[in-house]
Design a protein around this ligand. Structure first.
Ligand SMILES: [Zn+2]
Length: 69
């Protein structure tokens, strides 16, 4: 499976389900990683909305993303 690790050591896998600190306006905090590249695309599992983020932004938004900084 395609995976990527950023310079900060943050690893993510395509198809992985993640949770964000702040829920989407639709009420869900669960997202599926649908694209990994220079940018990361995640899709809201509840409403299907796709959001594009940099790996760094995604790391900040995720719950329990590991070490601070
Ligand atoms: Zn949503």
């Amino acid at each position: 499976m395609f995976s990527s690790t950023t310079s900060s050591g943050f690893e993510m896998r395509l198809g992985e389900i993640i949770r964000t600190r702040k829920p989407h306006p639709c009420g869900s905090d669960r997202w599926e990683i649908v694209r990994i590249g220079a940018d990361i695309k995640i899709r809201c599992l509840a409403c299907g909305r796709v959001v594009m983020l940099t790996p760094d932004e995604l790391k900040k938004r995720m719950k329990s993303s590991g070490k601070e900084n």
